[in-house]
Design a protein around this ligand. Structure first.
Ligand code: HPA
Length: 250
């Protein structure tokens, strides 16, 4: 049976409408996850929820224990993960307020624990196929629900993931444009690759909350990002609820 987990990003601390049934404070071979995993019912259907930045103190993107987070969700029985990521917009059609379902990733992060392969396994080399970093079926399920609800979104984008926690320089964003990135965030990797290693179906829902560095008229502020997040959160919630009702019904 398929079971959905949602990983919340900046601005999505709780999943509104989620009736909490339980809270799982787990330890994993990689240490503690960002926070206890909430188990709940969304429109009558079982869903897990984990805020990747933890709470009440926010864990910055480069210090998130991505391995522990995914391991915890996996061990609770989640099979599918929808990750919510706040991003800056790079491509001209990725303005603030746009909802994006990316289909590709470029990983600019470094120094993060990016694999569960510590060499002690079967002795066989493991090379996961990451040609398509997001699960095709889960992406299509999100797209189908967005389309049927008339939600405006971008189907397909290259999600560049930087190390943070600082934002990019204008020159870095110019280089990312040349590389083909459409949006830029800090939390998409190694999460997507670890999910693939653990056999979890994984897709990302990106919310554009600012123009990337050097592309807007105003200085980048957290306030600007928060305002955009608040405006978009309702649409994301609606989409997730539709997905759960259509594809993960009890
Ligand atoms: N860059 C990187 N990460 C982000 C941004 C950005 O402009 N906006 C939100 N997360």
């Amino acid at each position: 049976m398929k079971r959905l987990a949602i990983i919340g990003g900046t601005g999505i601390d709780e999943l509104e409408g989620l009736q909490i049934i339980g809270s799982h404070a787990l330890d994993t071979p990689y240490g503690a996850p960002s926070r206890a995993v909430q188990e709940g019912s969304l429109a009558g259907n079982q869903v897990f929820f984990l805020q990747r930045h933890g709470s009440p103190k926010a864990i910055p993107p480069h210090l998130i224990n991505y391995r522990a987070n995914l391991w915890a969700l996996h061990s609770l029985g989640a099979t599918d993960i929808v990750a919510i990521n706040a991003v800056g917009g790079i491509a001209p059609d990725m303005g603030s307020g746009v909802l994006v379902i990316p289909d590709q990733v470029i990983d600019y992060t470094w120094g993060r624990e990016h694999t569960i392969d510590d060499g002690s396994g079967s002795g066989q080399l493991q090379h996961i196929d990451f040609t398509e970093p997001y699960d095709r079926d889960l992406r299509q399920a999100l797209i189908a629900q967005a389309q049927s609800a008339g939600i405006v979104f971008q189907d397909g984008a290259v999600h560049g993931v930087t190390q943070g926690p600082r934002l990019e320089t204008a020159a870095e964003v110019r280089r990312m444009t040349q590389d083909g990135c459409d949006v830029v965030g800090m939390t998409g990797m190694p999460e997507a690759a670890l999910a693939r290693e653990m056999g979890l179906a994984y897709a990302s829902l990106c919310m554009v909350v600012n123009p990337a560095a050097g592309l807007g008229d105003e200085p980048l502020t957290l306030e600007m990002m928060r305002e955009a997040l608040e405006r978009e959160a309702a649409v994301v919630r609606d989409l997730l609820q539709r997905l759960v009702c259509a594809d993960y019904c009890a």
